[in-house]
Design a protein. Structure first.
Length: 305
């Protein structure tokens, strides 16, 4: 493990995926005690809601550069949390900095969580947000962990339903495979931050009775057709039990003719850039990812940076 993460991980309490409601409460208390982080200049946050089915609305947050106009590219961002915990607050500074540094409007989706609202609730919310923000501008879907899984699922649904055109997908430490076939789940079953047991419990919360035969929009790795999907950037963490499902997903996309970049970073845990954003490797990967967003939103998704 990278030494910059070892001490942090030793002090990090395990997440309670057996009781998501209790973990959400603990996480909310922890966020209330976080130190204030400087807000990037020239970016505003705007709370909004988008219409969804059954007379519902989906809360979103827009992070908008001061010089944005109707031609500004859009990044649709989904937070992580195993489909059952997590909150947009946890990605607030990341989204604002992305908007400032890349010059995009970032739209963060406050989607419904399992087990109270199992599949396809989160997907429906994220897809409703996609339909609402889609316009004649470059559009990228992105997320971390389960948020990356939702981004991949949104891309599959948009392809299959004739939905909005998506110019790229950025999948950071993605949580994709309910069949749990990845070798790293066996190699690293007790990995820091997120273990194989956590993965199994989260899939049960999210998919319920569908967990043994998951649909592609619930578990993107279960897709039978990987063609005609947006260009992808896939980031995997070397000490993450989800590492190999990210690697295999990238290979499946590549085999289907989708332009894809795969980066496997050794010696770091799941969601490392969010856990320790100040670590040297996190700063380097963040600069790289910002470049990927810039390339996708400039219409060069299939080109090497």
């Amino acid at each position: 493990m990278d030494p910059e993460f070892a001490e942090f991980l030793a002090a990090m309490p395990p997440l309670q995926f057996d009781d998501p409601a209790a973990q959400r409460e603990l996480s909310a208390k922890a966020r209330a005690e976080w130190p204030l982080v400087p807000w990037p200049a020239g970016v505003s946050r705007i709370g909004d809601e988008v219409p969804a089915a059954l007379d519902r609305s989906v809360p979103i947050r827009r992070y908008v550069p001061d010089d944005a106009d109707e031609s500004t590219p859009v990044v649709l961002w989904m937070h992580g949390g195993g489909y059952c915990i997590g909150h947009p607050d946890e990605d607030e500074v990341f989204c604002a900095r992305l908007a400032a540094d890349v010059g995009v409007v970032v739209v963060s989706v406050d989607y419904r969580l399992a087990p109270e609202d199992p599949y396809p609730a989160a997907l429906d919310d994220c897809y409703a947000a996609l339909q609402h923000v889609a316009a004649e501008v470059p559009l990228v879907v992105a997320g971390m962990s389960a948020g990356a899984g939702l981004a991949a699922a949104v891309a599959i649904r948009a392809r299959d339903d004739g939905g909005p055109a998506i110019d790229g997908q950025v999948l950071l430490c993605p949580f994709l495979d309910a069949t749990m076939r990845g070798a790293s789940l066996t190699e690293l079953p007790t990995a820091a931050v997120f273990s194989a047991a956590d993965a199994r419990r989260c899939w049960q919360h999210y998919l319920g009775s569908l967990v043994d035969a998951p649909p592609a929009t619930g578990s993107p790795a279960a897709a039978r057709d990987f063609g005609r999907l947006p260009p992808a950037y896939v980031l995997a963490a070397g000490e993450d039990c989800l590492r190999d499902e990210a690697v295999e997903y990238a290979r499946q996309l590549q085999a289907a003719g989708v332009p894809v970049e795969l980066h496997v970073v050794p010696g770091v845990p799941h969601a490392f850039t969010a856990l320790q954003p100040g670590a040297a490797i996190s700063r380097r990967i963040r600069r790289e990812v910002e470049g990927v967003f810039g390339r996708f939103t400039a219409g060069g998704g299939g080109q090497t940076p």
